[in-house]
Design a binder for this molecule. Structure first.
Ligand code: SAM
Length: 334
């Protein structure tokens, strides 16, 4: 194995792979309808990486230290036969943890096949427990109950412990913090509240819209007392807290107020095979064309990762739109 590290001594340990830029939700903070409407042109099929190409890249990355792979999107369950890809990645030596992030809309249908193919766990995105708020946020009228059914189907198929990610926006769904804590306490599922981030440039992000993680923790603590828990492993993105009454744990991801660039070991691959070294990057490196031209992509990855010095979240200002172009979350994956 090559000891590949970047300019800040960070190894490459995680690979997040977007398998499609399409989604069946239009979350207002991620793929707003005005910009991702009927006329929006998604990537044509032949521009997407094939399953063979993705598996090949996973192999090249594991040879460089990647142990954890997360399949994302867009909505990854929209990619035809995604369970086949899961099986192919599962068989790559060195993949120790294989997970998938989904809005759960297709989980009832897919959970069993995903588990059978070797997926370890799923993370489900759910931003509120009341339909008026959730439907306003997903903007396609998708009901909460169907997401909850998807979560249960995943749990029954052995895809747990399930993490449930909620992006919290001030004045939009901050009331959901207590609702969700209450609902999922004692279920074995772990809710993680995420500070709303300034990914991409289409969501009109303002620092005022962010509810700081510390505020979320103290509001939960007032109702359901908590104590901090040490991270499961160095560099874990969520700060963990346990309910004092023993009914499980919650997490917060404080990417805005307590950035964790210093321990970021994540590489990201867009659906068309562009490598990004930061969620907030403006540009990346096209691995697909190199691969299709028969080039060995290993040295390209080595060069890109060795030159990596991104630490966007540590240097962002309160008004980030002026910093320049950044890739959209729906394109690069969460
Ligand atoms: N469609 C899948 C899903 O819904 O989980 C996977 C892709 S989605 C882009 C991944 C995650 O990114 C979701 O949990 C979503 O809420 C989160 N996300 C999108 N935009 C965000 C933002 N501006 N700040 C924080 N999280 C965001």
């Amino acid at each position: 194995m090559l000891a590949l590290t970047d300019k800040l001594e960070r190894p490459v340990r995680d690979l997040r792979i977007s398998v499609t830029d399409r989604c069946n939700f239009r979350c207002t903070y991620c793929m707003p309808k005005e910009l991702f409407g009927k006329d929006h042109e998604f990537l044509p099929r032949d521009e997407l990486l094939s399953f063979d190409e993705i598996s090949h890249l996973v192999r090249v990355f594991t040879e460089r230290g990647v142990e954890k792979v997360r399949i994302t999107g867009g909505e990854p369950l929209l990619r035809k036969d995604v369970e086949k890809l899961v099986g192919m990645i599962r068989s790559v030596d060195g993949v120790e943890d294989l997970t998938l992030t989904t809005n759960a809309s297709l989980l009832v249908r897919k959970a069993r096949a995903l588990a059978a193919a070797g997926l370890d766990r799923v993370t489900v995105s759910l931003d509120a427990l009341d339909d008026p708020t959730f439907q306003r946020m997903n903007d396609v009228g998708f009901p909460v109950a169907a997401v909850l059914e998807g979560i249960e189907a995943a749990a029954e198929s052995g895809l747990g412990p399930i993490k449930i990610n909620a992006v919290v926006q001030r004045g939009v769904n901050d009331h959901a913090v207590i609702d969700m804590a209450r609902h999922f306490r004692g279920t074995g599922h772990i809710v993680r509240f995420i500070e709303y981030m300034d990914v991409g440039t289409t969501n009109g992000w303002r620092l005022d819209d962010v509810v700081p993680a510390e505020e979320m923790v103290s509001s939960i603590h007032e109702v359901f007392p908590l104590e901090p828990v040490p991270p499961n492993y160095p560099g874990e993105v969520a700060n963990r807290f346990r309910y004092l009454d023993g009914r499980g744990e919650v997490g917060v991801i404080a990417s805005v107020t307590q950035p964790f660039c210093g321990s970021c070991t994540r590489a990201r691959l867009s659906a068309e095979g562009t490598l990004y070294t930061c969620l907030f990057a403006g540009s990346g490196t096209n691995l697909r064309d190199a691969m299709r031209a028969g080039e060995d992509v290993g040295p390209i990855i080595d060069r890109v990762w060795s030159a990596r010095e991104d630490r966007y979240s540590e240097v962002r200002s309160s008004q980030t739109v002026s910093i320049g172009s950044r890739v959209e979350m729906s394109y690069i994956g969460g």
